[in-house]
Ligand binder design. Structure first.
Ligand code: NAP
Length: 292
């Protein structure tokens, strides 16, 4: 039997409804409209278009969104100073640094400079650390989107095998850590290129009751590796000859899985909603906890 498609949009719609309620409460209680600042260094076209989509969604929901474009020759020191100003500005509730940054600028150093409570992409070491301690506040948007999709199935995953393919700091690792939390208690395996070299990727995939793939390698995961009845979340986004495909061989996988995300339409539509939700959470954190 063919799998049920796990679509991002219905979940995004629910999140957006909650955001609107939260925005109303924040306005009533503090007379504040949360604001998001996006920093783009140089003229990367994909980042500009991504930023445009973020602005459209923010405007539609009632969050202020401002894009700051800095020249291509901005150096690391100047960018750090700019971030420090945004950190200190009480009018700014969330900061996004559009990637890639020009050569010569250390991305990790720049991302780490964002104030923890304004880190709406959940990428600072401080927010990552809170996930390790099972006290997540602001989580990486794509990782949290994958988790929301798994949760939306409502299946009992306690103790079940969850395999994550990919160990990036913004997707694979945070998905693994979030799903390790006691409330999910999945038995987590994380695969990477070492796993592929060892030839055990099919083994780990075929053991997975829940599979999350974030490798950036088109149709890396063969459909016949999928366990019968598995929940499959494909984070991969690859454009091949003008066609968008995921990291999972969808047509075959959907005949084995019970639930599967299509690419596009699965994870993608959720990520901006999570970013806006994080902006609301960040604003509340700033308003309600002045200790840090
Ligand atoms: P990344 O930083 O390039 O990390 C890819 C990970 O996959 C690495 O850990 C790598 O292993 C592993 N990997 C790559 N090829 C592999 C192979 N053949 N076998 C086993 N493991 C392999 O990528 P990312 O930023 O996490 O993104 C992953 C994918 O998600 C990309 O397609 C990206 O476009 C997509 N994405 C989508 C969204 C969305 O909103 N839909 C958002 C973010 C990312 P090593 O660590 O050993 O190198």
């Amino acid at each position: 039997m063919s799998a049920t498609l796990l679509m991002g949009k219905p979940i995004a719609d629910k999140i957006n409804e909650q955001i609107k309620k939260d925005l109303f409460e924040i306005k009533e209680k503090y007379d504040i409209v949360p604001s998001l600042v996006s920093v783009l260094v140089g003229s990367d076209l994909a980042s500009k278009s991504y930023s445009g989509r973020q602005k459209k969604s923010a405007d539609a929901i009632g969050i202020k969104y401002e894009l700051h474009e800095l020249p291509e020759d901005t150096n690391e020191e100047d960018l750090l100073k700019f971030i420090s100003q945004l950190n200190d500005d009480p009018q700014v509730n969330g900061i996004i640094i559009q990637l890639p940054l020009p050569k010569g600028i250390d991305e990790h150093k720049i991302q780490s400079a964002i104030a923890m409570k304004k880190d709406v992409e959940g990428i600072t070491p401080a927010n990552m650390g809170l996930i390790v301690y099972e006290r997540p506040k602001l989580c990486p948007c794509t990782a949290l989107s994958a988790v929301k999709l798994i949760e939306s199935v409502g299946a009992d995953i306690f103790g079940k095998n969850l395999t994550v393919v990919g160990r990036s700091a913004i997707v694979g690792k945070p998905v693994a850590l979030l799903m390790l939390q006691r409330k999910f208690s999945s038995t987590v395996t994380v695969c990477h290129t070492g796993t592929a070299k060892a030839g055990t990727l099919p083994y780990h995939v075929s053991n997975a009751d829940v599979l999350v793939v974030a490798a950036g390698s088109p149709e890396l995961i063969k459909g016949d590796w999928i366990k019968e009845g598995a929940i499959v979340v494909d984070v991969g986004f690859n454009v091949i000859n003008g066609k968008t495909v995921g990291d999972v061989e969808f047509e075959i996988a959907k005949e084995k899985a019970s639930y599967i995300t299509p690419v596009p339409g699965g994870v993608g539509p959720l990520t901006v909603s999570i970013l806006l939700q994080n902006t609301v959470e960040a604003t509340k954190w700033q308003l309600e906890d002045k200790t840090i």
